[in-house]
Design a binder for this molecule. Structure first.
Ligand code: SAM
Length: 296
């Protein structure tokens, strides 16, 4: 067999069979968690009575879910920026809350299970790079980082007019038209499963690190910060197999559950607010009724 290309001072053009062993053996990687260090515990069956369930309550404790039983976690945490559902927490308190939820997520994911976190950076005086804090937190919990997707909000971005000093270098302010999706694996990068549902064209497009998707209308959905259905829809098909279990610990209006249902996966979600739990339940009931009608 032809040996794979090696990394050179000038990079390489032949990436398909690239031999990167030398690069990963370098000092840069010596202090990071690696697949080799992870203990591969066997998967547990996901309890059938929890399949397609929305749970009311705090996801800091997801005691109902057995360890090593969920394939994919997709979520968008509360931003702690005084949205109606946000508590007024210090940055430290906020990160401690996230740490509890993501420690639980780590526990329930199978070996090779994936975690995808949608987050926007906030503020300007100074800017708070939540995506950086969360990546660090996840790496410290033992997750292996797979990469980050920039969600470009395209023409749909409600661009702020707060440009600081207009046409002057005295204090111009960046106006974000993007958010992040941080992607991690538990223990190993490879996940086994049977049936893929992604097409060739989708795979080629969605493995690129910039996704352009219009935001969802908060008014239309009835929740202050829903992500667009397209976001979990893409992640589910890229990172899980048909019939896999998908968890959202901050379920909001139930968008992850809707995407899981539409792609032939099973969902479980947690939502602390009764109002939003009811909203997501209504959304799911309507969708499931449509599916039943279509089958008749
Ligand atoms: C950014 S929103 C999620 C929006 C969701 N992606 C959607 O499309 O509707 C975060 C949600 O997390 C809920 N939440 C906050 N803290 C929670 C906790 N500890 N456990 C469960 N839900 C929580 C909030 O009530 C809010 O609905």
């Amino acid at each position: 067999m032809k040996p794979g290309s090696k990394t050179t001072d000038f990079g390489t053009t032949a990436r398909i069979s690239h031999d990167s062993a030398e690069y990963y053996d370098s000092k840069l990687y010596s202090e990071l968690s690696s697949e080799a260090q992870a203990i591969a515990l066997p998967d547990n069956p996901f309890p059938p009575n929890l399949e397609n369930k929305l749970m009311g309550g705090n996801s800091e404790n997801m005691t109902e879910i057995p360890p090593n039983s969920v394939h994919l976690m997709i979520t968008s945490p509360p931003y702690n920026v005084s949205k109606v559902y946000d508590e007024d927490m210090s940055l430290d308190e906020y990160l401690t809350m996230l740490k509890k939820v993501f420690t639980e997520s780590y526990r329930v994911l199978v070996h090779g299970g994936r975690a995808c976190i949608n987050v926007a950076n906030i503020g300007r005086k100074p800017y708070i790079p939540l995506s950086d804090y969360i990546s660090r937190l996840m790496i410290d919990l033992g997750f292996l980082m797979r990469g980050e997707i920039i969600w470009s909000k395209g023409m749909g971005a409600g661009v702020s007019m707060a440009w600081g000093s207009w046409q002057s270098a005295s204090n111009p302010v960046l106006r974000d038209t993007h958010e992040y999706i941080l992607v991690f694996s538990k223990g190993t990068f490879t996940l086994s499963g049977k049936e893929n549902t992604i097409t060739k064209e989708q795979f080629m497009e969605w493995t690129k690190s910039v996704w352009t998707m219009n935001p969802e209308s908060a008014k239309k959905i009835g929740h202050p910060a829903p992500f667009p259905l397209e976001l979990p829809y893409r992640l589910i098909q890229l990172y899980s197999f048909k019939d896999d279990i998908v968890l959202d610990p901050f379920m909001g209006s139930g968008t992850t559950a809707v995407a899981a249902w539409k792609t032939g996966r099973k969902y479980i979600g947690y939502e602390i607010s009764e109002e939003y739990l009811e909203l997501s339940q209504k959304r799911l009931t309507a969708l499931q009724a449509q599916t039943t009608m279509a089958l008749l």
